[in-house]
Write a protein that binds this ligand. Structure first.
Ligand SMILES: Nc1ncnc2c1ncn2[C@@H]1O[C@H](COP(=O)(O)OP(=O)(O)OP(=O)(O)O)[C@@H](O)[C@H]1O
Ligand SMILES: [Mg+2]
Length: 494
């Protein structure tokens, strides 16, 4: 090793070329010629100069000559002559080798981990073949806030990388784009950095322009609780001057010694105001639902009162029909109001059907009729508007089966089944009763027909059956009617 170190620059170059390359004598002479002026270039441009040659039969290059500028702090502490150079670290070098062209990289990170500006030019022989490359590397000043006192950037204009001493300053100043307030204080809680919104925030809150290096608690006394908190990482919810703030505190430590505190503050006042407005709106909607439900109950009471005052046996059934219709609409509002989260007014169709049918069956206790509701794994949500129509339809059809299909004490079964495809929902209401003998349309079926066609944009028909009746309602899925498939389940209801 020692023997190597006392060799002259020229001899080192010759030896390395003989050992690692296929270069001819003339080519080595050419490289020596270039190397002879290397020191001069280094001193003149205050940069590091190298000559690299490609190692024969390999992807790598080797440093064959170097010159360091005569200055104080150096990027390279030791000689790198004889060192192998890898593509991933020095893409510029290999670019020049392959393309025979000049390469310039503004912020190259060298194999030694330094950030440099790198210029590479190919060295060519008489036949214009690349025999080596000449490299110039200039140290890039990575600004560090505590050292670079000569020209400190404007307060609030520094990037967070600058402040935190991150060497990769190719990054855009992210902190300038953020809506969040970024503040950095030193170990004595003095403000050493604020991003632009941070500067604006502090000057507004403290009513002073003099904020740099001031104690943060003096500037923003409400942060005292934040700083007093012993935890290193903590999130606070603060309300100051009618502002809602989320303050995140991160203590920065180096080997257990506190070096500073990073604060990230989000002003969520606007968000909170919007939240309140939304809550107000949903309160109003809730109130309207309540009133609708109460009004329907009042109407139902009036009808019941009228019935009790004495009506003929014949008109009694008409009053009952009306009561059922009113209560099926009321079911929709009861379901909406019973929901935990009453913000939306979506109604679960299966629940609605169960509710309507159960009240109906209760009213017809004397009948030996079994009622089956089969969702087929569908969970169907509809708007309250559509739900009212569907409630009325289910009411009419199930009511018909109860009223007409099973005369006297005849036993039987009524089923309500939901089928769905990608785009359509099918509602089948069938019974195994006597069946419709002579079809005569009265108010009930007219209501069903009108609601299906006009309100659900659907289709209503009876399927021919040997026994009983089988009504089918088909209507499209829409923003107001959505279906979620749940796992196939067993029959529910009954
Ligand atoms: N499931 C059924 N089983 C047997 N007959 C039925 C069935 N559904 C309907 N019908 C017959 O069709 C007729 C028309 O029904 P529709 O619902 O329009 O009138 P309604 O039930 O008689 O009176 P309302 O207007 O109060 O409903 C009924 O009167 C009945 O004769
Ligand atoms: Mg009817």
């Amino acid at each position: 090793m020692e023997e190597w170190e006392i060799l002259s620059t020229d001899s080192k170059l010759e030896k390395l070329c003989a050992l690692h390359t296929d270069l001819t004598d003339a080519e080595v002479q050419l490289l020596k010629h270039v190397a002879s002026s290397l020191q001069m270039h280094a001193d003149l441009t205050d940069s590091y100069m190298f000559i690299d040659c490609q190692i024969k039969d390999s992807e790598y290059a080797i440093v064959v000559a170097e010159a360091f500028p005569k200055s104080n702090d150096s990027v390279y502490e030791n000689s790198v002559v004889g060192k192998i150079v890898f593509d991933t670290f020095e893409p510029g070098v290999f670019y020049s080798f392959r393309k025979g062209k000049k390469s310039q990289i503004r912020h190259a990170v060298t194999q030694e981990g330094h950030t440099v500006e790198q210029n590479v030019v190919p060295i060519k022989n008489a036949m214009q073949q690349v025999i080596g490359v000449l490299i110039q590397e200039k140290k890039v000043d990575v600004p560090v806030v505590y050292q670079d006192e000569r020209q400190p950037p404007l307060f609030g204009q520094e990037s967070i990388e600058y402040v935190l001493g991150d060497k990769n300053d190719e990054m855009p100043a992210i902190s300038n784009l953020l809506m969040e307030i970024f503040l950095l204080t030193d170990d004595e809680d003095k403000l050493i950095y604020a991003n632009p919104v941070g500067v604006k925030f502090i000057t507004e809150m403290s009513r002073t322009e003099e904020i740099r290096n001031m104690n943060i608690i003096d500037l923003l006394p409400f942060l005292k609780t934040v700083y007093d908190q012993p935890e290193d990482v903590f999130v606070f919810d603060l309300t100051v001057d009618r502002k809602n703030l989320i303050v995140k505190k991160v203590r920065l430590r180096k080997k257990d010694r506190l070096t500073g505190t990073l604060l990230i503050i989000q002003d969520i006042t606007e968000l909170r105001t919007k939240e309140k407005e939304l809550k107000m709106k949903s309160v109003v909607i809730q109130e309207i639902h309540h009133r609708v439900k109460n009004n329907l109950q009042t109407v139902a009471s009036l009808v019941r009162l009228q019935m009790r005052k004495g009506v003929s046996e014949e008109s009694k059934s008409y009053f009952e029909d009306t009561l059922n219709r009113i209560s099926s609409i009321a079911s929709v509002y009861e379901l909406i109001l019973a929901k935990e989260n009453a913000d939306d007014d979506d109604v679960n169709l299966i629940e609605l059907t169960e509710k309507i049918c159960s009240t109906m069956v209760l009213n017809e206790l004397h009948k030996k009729v079994n009622l089956i509701i089969r969702p087929n794994g569908n969970k169907i949500l509809t708007s309250s508007r559509k739900a009212v129509s569907i409630a009325l339809i289910v009411n009419e059809l199930v009511q018909n089966s109860i009223k007409h299909a099973f005369p006297a004490d005849m036993a039987g079964e009524i089923s309500v089944i939901f089928y769905s495809t990608q785009d359509f929902l099918e509602l089948h209401i069938s019974d195994n009763g006597v069946g419709i003998k002579k079809p005569k349309s009265s108010l009930g079926l007219e209501i069903v027909h009108n609601l299906v066609v006009n309100d659900l944009n659907g289709e209503f028909r009876y399927l021919p059956e040997d026994r009983g009746t089988h009504a089918v309602i088909t209507f499209p899925v829409s923003p107001e009617v959505s279906i979620f498939y749940e796992k196939e389940d067993i029959d529910s209801g009954g």
